[in-house]
Design a protein around this ligand. Sequence first.
Ligand code: ADP
Ligand code: MG
Length: 396
Amino acid sequence: MSLKKSVRDVEVSGQKILVRVDFNVPFSPGTLEIANTKRITASIPTLQYLLDNDAAIIICSHLGRPKGREVSGLSLRPIWDKLNQMLGLESEFCPSLDFPEISAAAQRVNSGEVLLLENLRFHAGEESNDPRFAQNLASLADIYVNDAFGAAHRNHASVQGITNYIPSVAGLLLEKEILSLQSVLTTPKRPFTAVLGGAKVSDKINVVRNLMTVADNILIGGGMAATFLVAESVFVGDSQVEESFIDSAKQLMKESRALDCEIVLPTDAVVSKCFGPDSSNRICDVSDIHDGEILLDVGPSTSILFKDVLSATASALWNGPMGVYEWPQYSKGTKTVAESLSRENITSVIGGGSTVDAVSSLGLEARMNHVSTGGGASLEFLEGRDLPGIASLIDI
Ligand code: ADP
Ligand code: MG
C-alpha cells in the first residue's frame, strides 16, 4: 500500500474539515453511560491539531447498528458531552437528519469551532454507500479527513464514497495505524514473531497465510490451535474444530516450511470436560487429550516455549488470546504472551478487541509500542488487503 497524505500535508487553516472518527464506543448495559472512552481519546490528537491550526471542524461517526433508521439509544448525544470535556470547549451538536438543516449548521461553524453530527448510520445511504449521500457529506466541507481506522475496512459513504468528491487525507490516528502495521508487514526488526489466537481459525487463517511470507515464527494458540493440531493428526477430543479449514491449515503448515517461517503449535494444554469458568481441568500433552475434553488454554510447557521464542524476538505482532482468558484458570497462556511482549527491547504491536482487553486488564497496555484501535480493520490489513478507507486517500 502506498503512503497516504495526512492532515499535516494539507493547508487546513481557515478551511472546513469533515473528520470521520470512530466514536463507536461501548455503553454500560442498559444505560447511556460510556463504558470505555478510549476511542474518543484516540481522536483527540487530530481534532486538537485542527483546532490549533484554525480549522473549522465537522465531526461525524457511526455508533452501533441502527440499520438506516433513527434509534434513540444510539444517538451520539452522550458522546458529545464527553467530547466537550476532552477538548475543553463547547461544541455544537446537530441532531437533525435533514440535509438542508445539517448543511446550515455546517455553514455556521467558524475556525476554531467544532460541530458534531448525529449517528451516520441513521441515514440509509451510509452503509449502502449511496453516491447522493456521499456527495451531500462532501458538500459540507473543503477537505475530508479519515481518522476512523476501526471503520476503514467498510465500503461506506463516509469512509469511501465521500473521497470521490473532495480532497481526502488521513488523520493522525489513521496515519499512526498505517505506519505501525505497515512497518511490521514490510520492514520488521528481526527475528519477527507473530502470535495468533482467539476462538476461530476461520477469522485468522488469511492472516496466517499473509504473515507467513514475512514472519520468522508464528505461534498459534487459542481455540484456533485445535484445527491446526488436527491438521497435524493430533486428536483434540471435543475441542471446536472447523472441519472445512483443516485442509487449509495442512497446506499452510507445508507452505510455511518452504518459506522458512516456523509455525509453532501448542505442545500441551489445559483441558476440561466442560466449557465454564469453574470447571475442573487438567494439564496434559496435546497427544494425551481424551474423548470429551476441550482445549481451553495452552499448557505451561507451551507457555515456556512461546516465552523462549519471544525472548529471542526483536519485533512481535499479536492478535488473539491464547485461551479463554476471561476465566482466570484459562488465562495463564495469554498472560505469559502479554508479559513477554512487555519487555523493553521488543517492538510489540497488538490488535483485536479481546487481545487489547486482556493486555489492558493486566495493566500492560502502555508497555506495547502500538495498540491498534481497529478489530476487523486490523485483521484485514494484516491479511494484506487494501482497505477502502485507506486506499481512497490521496497518495503522497
Ligand atoms: P481478538 O478480539 O483479540 O481478535 P478473537 O475475537 O479472535 O480475539 O477471540 C477472542 C475470544 O477467543 C475470547 O472470547 C476467548 O475466550 C476465545 N478463546 C480463546 N481461546 C479459546 C479456546 N481455546 N476455546 C474457546 N474460546 C477461546
Ligand atoms: Mg474479537
